[in-house]
Ligand binder design. Structure first.
Ligand code: GDP
Length: 474
């Protein structure tokens, strides 16, 4: 099976490629076979002559964009990259204008009036992909570089754009293709190709391939955490110290700390950078049954947030008594990665809850599986220990931090898992001594799944879906 992409448009597209806000410089990008002739209609040189058709490729020129009346719209620098030596492999022109929204929109309108079509989101990169200049993993890396929120995300997207995943997947595909071709040749021409002992060799090869993919898959969970951060919910009864914890972690006074129970009413989202990972913190109104309607909104949201969180920070005022509310909260986080924080440790004379009595909260167990950290948020005690506990809970020491390939894209992860499943079926067929035809079916499936990762085996719908998530002008 080969790629079934066929909706390749050959019209000329344009879009504002820089941010949709006022800035010093803005770039309007044009790509397609008529890029030069269309831009020539609106651009004049410093001597006010239409000279673009003689513009040398890969150079940048100074001049003006003029409207139909010959009035100057803006003073610009214009560059011309002749296909196939361009981002899309088509003729590409980039107009560097002033970065005001009004002026950029006027230039865009002029281009549209002269025959350009407004590009769809991601259409420039889609053309780069369809023309074969980049594979799908590289196209996705472009988007990830733009959206990278931390150094890890940026580094892994950069490696992906350099072909780290493409090379790995391509090599696996070639190995599978070789085996498929060998089996087919042997079936067609048994005199020239000997299949005696072949299944053992194949089993060895397929096992090695599966191992390789499993290693990649192992990086996926950690890769996602390192790239996107840990969705963290802080839960606990009113006054336990949730707002204080949020402030201690984020190092500012964003949440309002107060000693009136239940005053943190809104769900506040905050991002905290620890050394290696980001916490996407959500503070909540506290989890408890209440008749107060405004609080109720907060409480329901809190329950929802616990469900979607990767980590629960369950904070307990160690000077209070354990009650039903605590039991309700602990049952919410029973199936989550949780860290229990025993706060207000400075009030030494009043401590009622210690680590030893926690098991009664998490019913059915003699000990608490979760890390328990003692803090005094009043004076910052225990915060460093808490940060270490979070990192240890999520970052598996087995994966080298400098590892070159991390699977951070869910689509890649799912397709790699399907590939491993198909390869397991090949091994199964070999072990059951089934005929070679059986191997071919599952090898073909594995080959196709890997092809989907790099975009050699995808249909229009999927390509549409992937590129529609891109931003305008990219
Ligand atoms: P929340 O309702 O769970 O968000 O709790 P807050 O963070 O608003 O804290 C409630 C009260 O407890 C405030 O007066 C805080 O200053 C106080 N508090 C928080 N942590 C500590 C602590 O470790 N020790 C003491 N003594 N007081 C604390």
């Amino acid at each position: 099976m080969s790629s079934v992409l066929n909706n390749f448009n050959d019209d000329t597209i344009c879009a504002i490629a820089t941010a949709m806000s006022d800035a010093g410089i803005g770039i309007i990008r044009v790509s397609g076979k008529d890029a030069l002739t269309i831009c020539d209609k609106i651009y004049v040189s410093s001597k006010k002559e239409h000279t673009l058709l003689t513009h040398k490729p890969n150079t940048i020129k100074y001049g003006y964009i003029c409207n139909d009346q010959g009035d100057i719209v803006d003073e610009v620098m214009i560059s011309f990259m002749k296909g196939p030596h361009s981002y899309t492999r088509e003729d590409v022109i980039e107009i560097n204008s002033h970065g005001g929204m009004l002026v950029m929109n006027e230039i865009l309108s002029l281009l549209l009036s002269k025959g350009c079509r407004l590009a769809e989101p991601g259409e420039f990169t889609k053309r780069a992909f369809l023309s074969g200049r980049i594979d799908l993993t590289k196209a996705e890396a472009v988007m990830d570089i733009i959206g990278a929120q931390n150094k890890f995300a940026l580094d892994s997207s950069r490696a992906q754009l350099q072909g780290s995943i493409y090379k790995e997947v391509k090599a696996l595909r070639e190995d599978i293709l070789y085996q498929m071709a060998y089996i087919e040749s042997a079936i067609d021409d048994p005199e020239s190709y000997d299949l005696t002992g072949y299944s053992d060799k194949l089993k060895e090869k397929v096992t090695a391939m599966s191992e390789k993919i499993r290693k990649l898959l192992k990086t996926a969970d950690e890769g996602k955490i390192r790239k996107d951060g840990i969705k963290t919910v802080i839960i606990g009864k009113p006054n336990a110290g949730k707002s204080s914890l949020l402030n201690a972690l984020s190092g500012n006074e964003r949440a309002i700390v107060t000693d009136i129970a239940g005053t943190t009413r809104d769900v506040i989202e905050e991002t905290v950078r620890l050394d290696d990972i980001i916490l996407n913190l959500i503070d909540t109104a506290g989890i408890r049954d209440t008749e107060d309607l405004i609080e109720k909104i907060g409480v329901d949201k809190a329950k929802e947030k616990v469900e979607e969180a990767d980590l629960c920070l369950y904070i307990i005022d160690s000077t209070s008594e354990i009650d039903d509310e605590d039991k309700q909260i602990s049952s919410l986080c029973a199936d989550k990665k949780t860290i229990v924080i025993l706060n207000k440790n400075d009030l030494t004379g009043d401590i009622k809850i210690s680590k030893d009595i926690l098991p009664m909260l998490f019913s059915g167990s003699d000990s608490v599986d979760f890390p328990v950290i003692t803090t005094s948020l009043l004076n910052g005690e225990g915060i460093e220990e808490l940060k270490r506990a979070i990192t240890e809970l999520f970052l598996d020491g087995e994966i080298a931090p400098k590892q070159e390939i991390y699977i951070t894209n869910l689509r890649h992860k799912e397709l790699l898992s399907k590939t491993v499943e198909s390869l397991a079926l090949v091994i199964d067929s070999i072990e059951k001594d089934l005929s070679e035809d059986f191997y071919t079916v599952d090898l073909t499936n594995a080959y196709v799944y890997l092809g989907e990762i790099i975009g050699e085996e995808i249909g229009d719908d999927l390509a549409e879906e992937i590129f529609s998530k891109f931003c305008m002008g990219k």
